[in-house]
Design a protein around this ligand. Structure first.
Ligand code: 6R9
Length: 692
């Protein structure tokens, strides 16, 4: 990096270093500062430098940017991250970057700890001057064409108004607010309004049952809930407000419920507790000063499943999470040289109830000044061409979805895709589970016309944003591989004892160093945070995933190695489903494992033993399915319920899940050694039972 020829690439880190040493005095043209320079806008900048006089600089391709990033991160990690921090607007710029430790003695995750900023300012205010009238959110409802567009200025006004409503209802910095919403702009407005005043949002996916909702309200101690009268999904209505009402019969502490009108359906409003969104916002100012937040102040809690029955409140903070969302959105989906971020229309189909919706529907795109689609429908309504019809109509250029949706649509044949002109799409992405070869090929050849790179992004609720993924234009892809770690990500594979494995091999996937987007704690249980992620292989963060690494260093995620299953990209703990089944009076014991499923990736196979005298029947199967639906939500409904005389247990009484997994996978010949079972004969009867 010297300025010799024109144009030259200046990475953020390089620029910061030069600026620091006063080599660069002034950015004469353009918005100035690192953000514009490294934002890939492709505009040329006149830079006046003490050493070289006036020079023109311009962006180069992503491959060069990635190389420059990797080089500077290796030479001085902290300087690199402080330079990258210039992607954001801070009220107090941090002087320190990474202060994390994975070790027991000084355990803790901290980034940019003396910096101050506000997330809503970064997603809204800072764009007003340059992008105020540009679309921020493009909303597409359940019915094709039902929608509206909010510009950055409109979104800013709505967010300020709703922030004032929250304040008027007693919400302030640090208070928890539950959002139980459809995929409408109001969901993003409520998230950003919380961020504006320093309240901590916890979005609960609208498919969760009242019981699951109650657990989450109670766990995070929320005092306010935002919901809608009803949601709509594929023409059907979801009774969101009624679900909140029944959840609040169980969970206490909520004084206010704000209800937005989505369908106009009948709901009951409790005097003194429930208010309409529209009424509350009617006479409220569209200005709301942002709360100055410390980089390590909480931004949100999002519940996710682990090996135990109790969902974990994953806590993300302000500075590190936002930087990681901003950086990874730009690297993976940002524009190439000569284009602006708003030349793209980005569509991530995830619901805001999941981490993908947080990072790549709301925070990442908006922080970058992008145009982001919010979709409140489903892929097969009114027909299996919906996603492609909508992509064509809206002019989507980047499309990001889950393999399960691709597999489901692939089944219906190519014609649903080929009927539509998808030439606007330039980039495709996947997330949530490994993508099988067949689905990759179809996505690439049919949806992507054989022309669009596929960005397979591996990450987790815990990681905040993508960690292993190809940078389009820079990383060669291989179908089914998430490819290589992004800058600042340090994956390793270890064996069962935690020994580091080198070269081409397979093992447990760990991360040996922190990155800004890493979760900071499990809300209310910091010790559980350490135990869950840092005690299995001491000194590392254990992902719970297994992976293979090939001779080129590419990672191929093989799936969870713990008791977590991934059904249609919905992550759940087998213990949660077991707990729900155990609630039935006739159930003595239940064990749940994943089974291969053509569309969902994994399905749920439940082995259930009944209390003495009880008889298994189809009617009971249906009761058990309904029970899981009402305890957790429809997406957790078991595919197979097998009544079993007993479960395979070791002499110490531990269920040998490996045996059940092989039976559910239809590979009983691979069960292996069962000699340590208390009653090895049980295995034969289970295999027999699985055949019927
Ligand atoms: C973002 C998200 C995390 C788990 C993760 C892994 C699986 C996610 C993947 C993938 C293979 C990918 N996973 N992306 N597996 N290839 N590209 O999905 O978060 O809901 O917390 O799930 O999903 O098993 O551990 P989350």
């Amino acid at each position: 990096g010297t300025i010799g020829t024109t144009p030259v690439y200046i990475g953020a880190a390089q620029f910061a270093a030069w600026k620091h040493t006063q080599l660069i005095l002034d950015v004469v043209e353009g918005r100035g500062g690192m953000f514009s320079l490294d934002n890939g806008t492709g505009r040329r900048f006149l830079v006046r430098s003490r050493a070289y006089g006036e020079r023109e600089i311009a962006m180069l391709h992503k491959a060069d940017r990635l190389r420059a990033m990797q080089a500077s991160i290796d030479s001085d990690t902290d300087a690199f991250w402080l330079a990258e921090a210039h992607r954001l607007d801070w009220s107090v710029f941090p002087t320190k970057a990474d202060e994390s430790s994975f070790g027991k003695a000084d355990f803790g995750i901290r980034w940019f700890a003396d910096g101050e900023l506000n997330v809503s300012v970064n997603c809204l205010d800072r764009h007003l001057e340059t992008r105020g009238d540009q679309p921020a959110i493009v909303f597409e409802g359940d019915e094709p064409g039902e929608g509206r567009t909010l510009t950055y200025r409109e979104l800013h006004g709505e967010v300020c108004r709703f922030a004032n409503v929250l304040k008027a209802n007693g919400i302030g910095k640090g208070d928890r607010v539950i959002l139980y919403m459809p995929m409408v702009p109001e969901a993003a407005i409520a998230m950003l309004a919380c961020a504006r005043i320093g309240a901590v949002h916890s979005v609960v996916f609208g498919g969760f049952s009242p019981d699951s909702l109650a657990d989450r309200i109670a766990d995070c101690g929320a005092t306010l809930v935002v919901t809608a009268d009803e949601g709509t999904r594929g023409g059907k209505r979801i009774p969101l407000k009624a679900n909140v009402d029944s959840a609040l019969e169980r969970a206490s502490g909520v004084d206010t419920v704000i209800v937005m009108q989505r369908t106009g359906g009948q709901v009951s409003m409790r005097e003194g507790r429930d208010i309409w969104w529209e009424d509350a916002c009617a006479d409220v100012s569209g200005q709301c000063p942002p709360e100055a937040m410390n980089a390590e102040d909480p931004l949100f809690i999002l519940y996710t499943s682990g090996s135990t029955g109790k969902p974990k409140g994953v806590l993300h903070t302000t500075g590190g999470y936002l930087l990681w969302s901003t950086l990874t959105y730009d690297l993976l989906f940002g524009p190439e040289e000569g284009r602006d971020v708003a030349d793209d229309l980005f569509w991530c189909t995830a619901d805001v109830g999941w981490i993908t919706g947080h990072t790549y529907v709301v925070y990442g795109p908006l922080s970058n000044g992008a145009r982001t689609v919010m979709f409140d429908g489903v892929p097969n309504y009114p027909d299996p061409g919906r996603l492609w019809e909508t992509s064509q109509r809206l002019g989507v250029t980047i499309f990001y979805t889950a393999p399960t949706a691709i597999r489901a649509l692939m089944r219906h044949g190519d014609r649903w895709v080929l009927q539509h002109d998808l030439s606007s799409i330039r980039l495709l992405g996947t997330v949530g589970e490994p993508i099988n070869h067949e689905a990759w090929e179809w996505y690439h050849d049919i949806v992507g016309r054989g022309e669009c790179p596929i960005v397979d992004t591996w990450w987790q609720t815990e990681t905040g944003g993508a960690l292993i993924a190809p940078v389009p234009g820079a990383t060669e892809t291989k179908p089914g591989s998430a490819t290589l770690p992004l800058p600042g990500v340090h994956p390793e594979l270890v064996d069962g004892e935690g020994h580091l494995l080198t070269g081409a091999t397979e093992g447990n996937l760990v991360l040996t160093r922190s990155w800004p987007g890493q979760m900071r704690t499990i809300f209310g249980d910091h010790d559980r945070f350490f135990q869950t992620y840092f005690s299995t292989f001491p000194g590392t963060y254990f992902t719970g995933d297994g992976a293979r690494r090939d001779e080129d260093g590419y990672y191929w995620i093989t799936g969870r190695v713990d008791d977590v299953i991934n059904v249609s990209g919905h992550r759940m703990g087998t213990a949660e489903v077991e707990n729900a089944l155990d609630e039935h009076v006739l159930v003595a014991e239940a064990a749940v494992v994943g089974m291969p499923h053509d569309i969902k990736g994994q399905g749920i196979h439940a082995f259930v033993t009944l209390k003495a005298g009880a008889e298994g029947s189809d009617a009971l199967r249906q009761e058990l399915r309904d029970l899981v639906r009402s305890e957790i939500g429809p997406f957790a409904t078991p595919d197979v319920i097998q009544f079993a005389p007993d479960l395979p247990k070791t002499r110490s009484g531990k269920i040998m899940r490996r045996v059940l997994r092989k039976i559910a996978e239809g590979q009983p010949d691979q069960i292996g050694d069962t000699s340590t079972l208390a009653d090895p004969a049980i295995v034969e009867s289970l295999i027999e039972g699985a055949r019927v």
